[in-house]
Design a protein around this ligand. Structure first.
Ligand code: AMO
Length: 441
């Protein structure tokens, strides 16, 4: 008999069916054995009694996580025995039971708990097993919707999807957090971002986006840094100012959040956290120096460096929530000294740039801004940043033959999921994360 999915069982009451999946739990009550079976669509209770001799004998030996195939009759369950995890009020009375895959091993960790709460090391050390937990699977269901929604809204806004190289001859973002690799007989770098290539994309297609892996050699253990993450990038031409980019990003993030809230109520509830809110009036925008003032006046926090630190971002996030009921806030006009050489300086104040960060629940999730599009200004600015234009010949070629005013953003996908669910570490939002010490599984 052809296998059907657990979610379709309520329509099969009184019929004989075949299902297959993992044994989520087994309870032996002597005269009756219950097994909860899990497949990709849900969870169902099954029962076997001694009259079904062969199946009953097999069921006695079964342990959690065995893979089984079950043939039996779908029955309505009496109301009082319906438990919370049940997808519906039906159960299966087992007639035939086939063990497809078994193990002699004991499970190293208990994974069926609804409210699993393990420390990060345990979560990562037993990764392939722990990912089977419903609450943990939810993270990746939300992640998949995020990628799908980003792709959809970008295409709808006339951006073309591109894929750019990840093995490069130069580091793109400056700083020291790049991975140097051997590339045949010379050195190469893993892309820290698709920055140069998405700008090249503008020179051809006007509007491009990319969903792709990027690499950062982050030597520290923090709750918000990964060494390999998936960046949601965009770049658009013919802008009138960098506000156009923020407007576009706001549209995108609003759509993504709406989709996730609509499709994942159940998953968000498992994490016992409020769903994300964006005020009707839009995401508030603060100049960085205004934010500085607010932090000093309202929260007694003085930012000494040119850039705002993680604690400052957290506090400004709290302020945005209190003042505007917003989980998001844009910070704008970062100083030249903390932005890469390709960032457009503010026409009115050359010490500042037309750039922004988007803060979500107190963490930076996106950086963006207007870029320099004039060939000669770009060369000039490279020199100001102590870079040799000869090292950037191919990048400069983009600007040599006509380039419109443009800009874009890079957004960390894992940080978005982390903040939607309130995960302690960003690593929880990655199937198999890497850090300084971890290259497995
Ligand atoms: P930036 O370096 O700020 O900007 O990165 C953009 C966004 O990527 C995310 N991010 C990270 N996420 C996880 N682990 C990391 N180590 C990590 N580093 C960054 C953050 C951040 O906001 N080219 C520019 C973007 C642009 O201007 O278009 C860039 O890469 O969410």
């Amino acid at each position: 008999m052809k296998r059907i999915l657990i979610k379709d069982l309520p329509q099969k009451i009184g019929q004989k069916v075949t299902i297959a999946g993992w044994v989520n739990s087994r309870r032996d009550h002597g005269k009756i054995i219950f097994m909860d079976i899990r497949d990709r669509s849900g969870l169902i209770q099954t029962v076997v009694i001694p009259d079904q001799e062969e199946a009953y004998e097999k069921a006695k030996k079964i342990k959690n996580e065995f893979v089984v195939e079950i043939e039996g009759k779908v029955k309505e369950r009496p109301g009082e025995t319906t438990n919370k995890a049940q997808v519906s009020n039906v159960e299966i009375e087992i007639e035939n039971l086939k063990i497809i895959s078994s193990t002699k091993e004991e499970l190293p960790v208990e994974i069926t708990k609804e409210n699993i709460n393990l420390n990060l090391e345990t979560l990562l050390n037993h990764r392939s097993l722990i990912l089977r937990n419903e609450k943990i699977k939810s993270i990746f269901k939300i992640y998949a919707t995020l990628l799908d929604a980003y792709n959809f809204i970008m295409r709808q806004n006339d951006f073309l999807e591109i894929k750019t190289p990840k093995i490069l001859s130069n580091a793109t973002e400056g700083g020291a957090n790049f991975f140097k690799i051997k590339y045949f007989d010379r050195d190469a770098f893993l892309a820290q971002s698709p920055q140069f290539y998405k700008q090249a994309g503008v020179s051809v297609f006007e509007r491009v986006f990319e969903i792709g892996s990027v690499f950062r050699a982050e030597p520290h253990f923090t709750t918000r840094h990964l060494n390999e993450y998936v960046s949601l990038d965009a770049e658009m031409g013919f802008i009138e100012g960098f506000e156009d980019i923020m407007d576009q990003l706001e549209k995108v993030i609003t759509f993504i959040i709406k989709e996730i809230n609509k499709q994942h109520k159940k998953e968000i509830n498992q994490y016992n956290i409020d769903s994300v809110s964006i005020p009707k009036k839009g995401i508030p925008r603060l100049r960085l120096d205004e934010a500085r003032e607010i932090l000093k006046k309202e929260m007694g926090k003085e930012i000494e460096k040119a850039d705002i630190d993680p604690e400052g971002e957290r506090l400004i996030g709290e302020y945005a929530k209190k003042e505007w009921e917003s989980d998001f806030v844009f910070l704008t006009h970062y100083p030249v000294t903390v932005r890469p050489f390709y960032t457009m300086p503010d026409f009115q104040n050359k010490k500042l740039t037309f750039s922004f960060d988007l803060i979500f629940r107190g963490v930076e999730i996106a950086t963006g801004g207007q870029r320099i599009h004039d060939y000669y200004q770009l060369i000039d600015n490279m020199k100001k940043h102590k870079l040799d234009p000869n090292d950037y010949k191919h990048y400069l070629d983009i600007f040599r033959y006509g380039m419109p005013p443009h800009g874009g953003w890079g957004m960390g996908s894992e940080r978005i999921v982390q903040k939607i669910l309130g995960l302690n570490s960003i690593k929880e939002a990655v199937l198999f994360p890497r850090d300084v010490k971890r290259l497995t599984p």
